[in-house]
Write a protein that binds this ligand. Structure first.
Ligand code: CTP
Length: 404
């Protein structure tokens, strides 16, 4: 295994599950990987594992609710939160719920509210609990904040009689490798400004009705988070979505395509990379009524006029700026995407299909094909949107290098 930078620190939080017995070996693996470690054991964790075995493995005193109270007013949760990566092992449904709802009544949850580095959840619970909508909703919330998850895997549970299924915790070696991967982001976008657009636009017909589309914004937010983690100064121009602002990113909220056009062009003036993931409405009403339209008996028609094409406008003054678009096509995808890339002067377009399960609109994953203006294409496997973002940025850097 490669090792972390000498100064990197991992905070391990141990949850109340049978898998807590793997916490000491996880701590040892993290230290072998070069991390300095601290460890927090919640009250439930101490039912499964002794403070002495955790302290010995961490090379530090274990922090517990008792040490937290004794240390007051020194705010031990804030000191512990200053870490590069927080790894929650034997993560229970209870701990996931506390974190997702912002509780702070014990040391583990108060620390989780305060951490700013990477967060890696390693859940361990039986399949019935893991698949419950309440747990899955909490996982979705935590993922939307950029938290990562490892497992649970298929396999036997710790408790006799519970059988096999999804729920077994990942092995200490895998956990240490995943923690290392999270902090090993190359700071390869340092000194660069990246602008990314996300979400739908809303084209109002009158004060209460609008034309829009189901874009969730997740792809664009993933690009913003990934670019920020790799050192870029990031401006995110977002249509109306239901996602929290990514930490460390400048967020500009817009509604209509015209507003998005103006905001993107202003932010892009000094940017080296622009990524248009937004699903921009192609048309707006010719006339936007200032009062609500009353219903009439007969048919009505709405006259629509074209919106500005933001990517094409950027393409007209491209110079060395890297321009990346997205396209959703139902047929002849590669040809249509290549044509769009040429027409808009984009370096490449990531193409996806609206019909694929769990990908594109609203999903956490995406399956895209990279299409260049010359029609060459490269199909990527199904990946999380964060992984697609990482690859997209790798490609953007290749384009920058080849343009030099
Ligand atoms: N785009 C844009 N401004 C618009 C429309 C689209 O910047 N008014 C960007 C999108 O953000 C995306 C790319 O252009 O990155 C392709 O979007 P798409 O809707 O597929 O392109 P259109 O030109 O609208 O093509 P179509 O005729 O298929 O709708």
């Amino acid at each position: 295994m490669t090792t972390s930078n000498p100064s990197q620190h991992a905070l391990v939080i141990v949850g109340g599950s049978m898998a807590a017995v793997k916490a000491p070996s996880t701590l040892r693996r993290l230290r072998e990987a070069g991390f300095e470690t601290d460890v927090i054991a919640g009250r439930a964790a101490l039912e499964f594992i002794t403070p002495l075995s955790l302290s010995t493995a961490a090379g530090r005193q274990v922090a517990t609710d008792e040490t937290w109270f004794e240390a007051r007013p020194d705010a031990q949760h804030l000191t512990l939160a200053r870490t590069d990566v927080t790894v929650i092992v034997a993560a229970s449904a209870d701990l996931l719920a506390r974190a997702a709802h912002g509780l702070a009544s014990d040391l583990a949850s108060a620390t989780l509210l305060s951490v700013r580095g990477q967060v890696l959840w390693v859940p361990a619970m039986n399949e019935q609990m893991w698949t419950h909508p309440a747990v899955q909703a909490n996982v979705t919330t935590l993922k939307s904040w950029g938290h990562s998850f490892l497992g649970p895997a298929q396999g036997a549970f710790g408790t006799l009689g519970e059988g096999t299924g999804t729920g077994r915790m990942a092995e200490p070696e895998e956990i240490a490798a995943a923690a290392l991967a999270l902090v090993s982001h190359p700071p390869d976008l340092q000194g660069l400004k990246l602008v990314v657009s996300a979400g739908p636009t809303r084209e109002y017909l009158d004060p209460v009705r609008f034309i829009s589309n189901p874009s969730s914004g997740k792809m664009g937010y993933a690009v913003a988070m990934e670019a920020q983690a790799r050192g870029a100064a990031v401006t995110l121009i977002s249509g109306p979505v239901n996602l929290p602002d990514p930490p460390g990113v400048t967020v500009v909220k817009v509604e209509s395509a015209v507003q998005m056009h103006d905001a993107v062009l202003a932010a892009a003036a000094d940017a080296q990379i622009v990524v248009m993931t937004a699903a921009v409405a192609d048309y707006r009403a010719a006339e936007q009524k200032t009062e609500k339209e009353a219903k009439t008996a007969g048919e009505v028609s709405i006259q629509l006029v074209p919106n500005p094409d933001i990517l094409a406008a950027l393409g007209q003054h491209k110079s060395k700026r890297v321009l990346i678009g997205f396209a959703m096509e139902t047929h002849a995808g590669v040809e249509r995407a290549a044509l769009k890339a040429r027409r808009k002067n984009a370096d490449f377009i990531l193409l996806n299909y609206p019909t694929q399960q769990g990908t594109a609109f609203g999903g956490d994953d995406n399956q895209v094909t990279l299409v260049r203006p010359d029609g060459t294409a490269e199909a990527w496997p199904r990946l999380s949107k964060r992984e697609v973002a990482a690859r997209l940025l790798d490609e953007a850097l290749k384009v920058r290098q080849s343009a030099r």
